[in-house]
Design a protein around this ligand. Structure first.
Ligand SMILES: Cc1cc2nc3c(=O)[nH]c(=O)nc-3n(C[C@H](O)[C@H](O)[C@H](O)COP(=O)(O)OP(=O)(O)OC[C@H]3O[C@@H](n4cnc5c(N)ncnc54)[C@H](O)[C@@H]3O)c2cc1C
Length: 343
């Protein structure tokens, strides 16, 4: 049977394929395929995917479009189709002077994927502005609306990250009219000190874009999936022990625990530029792995595993991938290199 190439549908530009492909332009198309029995996988912009093999199932590609806007005395509301481009939606709001999303400018991908890992950047997370998520249960075809609480948002986590059988077709956003810029993150803090005028949603979005363009490789030029690993969270006791050995180690309190900067841990080991096959650690951003020269998924996995081993040896901290690793049957783990394990 002919397969569909996923090469142009993942920002790592890995040469993978799928045995079936459904481009969803109308929700009714999904209903016609219910119930889905073979493995299936929902795909947006492919900017958080590591395809390791031919996916032996159906890729459901979200191509739904449309934005509705209404307001009451205190808030703007947007109901946005999951196939809309995230950054374009952010700019759609910022250009109208509607704030709340500007710190999340230039994050690649689709609106439908944004709740899945509760995207976040520069001190703001999607959770803060997400009113509800509208989804189809791909096992039954049932329609479900998840309110904010039911989404179970946490750091790079949500209900949808552990319950992979929902197709998010719309996301509803609530953006308060009383807007306050969030400028307490690194480069934005410095920028805000220099400002002669009050910041606007658009000026903040432009600054976020400038900072990101300077810092992160453009996947169209150097294929990558952004941060490859999550920032690890360790006990306060472990953090204190690390601090006494590495006084410059950045640490951020999260409740009773402490979040470490994965990029810093990797950088301190001198791994920037480290290369296995065609995959490399980015020269400027240790947290970003890049497809430098026709990398295979094996190159990327071998590189990721070597980083995990080095970090564990040095700091006693286990890094976890932020990227979704996809094998022939669906979601998998880095162990796929030696033995495929479905999760
Ligand atoms: C250069 C670069 C920078 C990045 N910076 C950031 C950052 O600052 N912050 C951040 O949080 N992330 C960042 N990312 C990661 C990525 O942009 C986000 O995870 C984004 O939300 C992925 O969107 P996507 O449409 O490409 O999803 P995909 O990669 O296609 O899918 C990601 C996951 O979401 C699921 N999914 C996708 N669409 C749907 C849907 N409609 N319904 C249900 N499930 C769905 C998929 O099944 C998969 O599990 C970055 C990536 C890159 C390449």
């Amino acid at each position: 049977m002919a397969t569909t190439s996923l090469h142009l549908l993942n920002t790592f530009a890995l040469k993978a394929s799928a045995s079936n492909f459904l481009a969803v332009k109308e929700l009714e198309q999904l209903k016609e395929c219910m119930p889905l029995t073979r493995p299936f996988l929902v795909l947006g912009g492919g900017s958080n995917m590591l395809f390791c093999d031919t996916f032996d199932g159906t890729i459901i590609h979200n191509q739904l479009h449309g934005i509705e806007h209404w307001q009451d005395k205190n808030n703007h509301y947007f109901k946005v189709a999951g196939g809309e481009n995230w950054h374009q939606f952010v700019m759609h709001c910022a250009q109208q002077g509607i704030g709340g999303l500007e710190n999340l400018a230039l994050i690649p991908g689709s609106v439908g994927a944004a709740p899945v890992q509760n995207i976040g950047a520069y001190g703001v997370e999607l959770a803060e502005v997400c009113e509800s998520v509208m989804a189809t249960d791909l096992r039954t075809g049932d329609e479900v609306i998840f309110n904010h609480q039911q989404c179970q948002f946490a750091y790079r986590e949500s209900f949808f990250k552990t319950n992979r059988y929902y197709f998010i077709h719309h996301v509803v956003f609530k953006l308060p009219k009383q807007w306050q810029a969030v400028l307490n993150y690194g480069e934005l803090k410095a920028w805000s000190r220099e400002l002669s005028n009050e910041p606007t949603p658009l000026s903040v979005a432009n600054e976020v874009m400038r900072v990101r363009n300077n810092k992160l490789p453009d996947p169209d030029v150097l294929p990558n999936v952004g941060s490859f690993f999550k920032n690890p969270i360790v006990s306060a006791h472990h953090a204190q022990a690390l601090k006494s050995n590495y006084s410059a180690m950045p640490q951020y309190k999260v409740g009773h625990e402490v979040k470490l900067a994965a990029g810093w841990l990797i950088d301190q080991l001198g791994l920037k530029g480290h290369q296995i096959g065609g995959a490399a650690v980015h020269e400027n951003q240790a947290l970003v792995l890049v497809n430098k020269d026709n990398a295979t998924s094996r190159d990327v996995m071998a590189l990721a595993q070597s980083i995990i081993e080095r970090v564990t040896q040095e700091y006693g901290v286990t890094l976890e991938p932020e990227v979704n690793i996809i094998g022939s049957q669906g979601y998998s783990t880095l162990g796929l290199l030696t033995k495929e394990q479905n999760v």
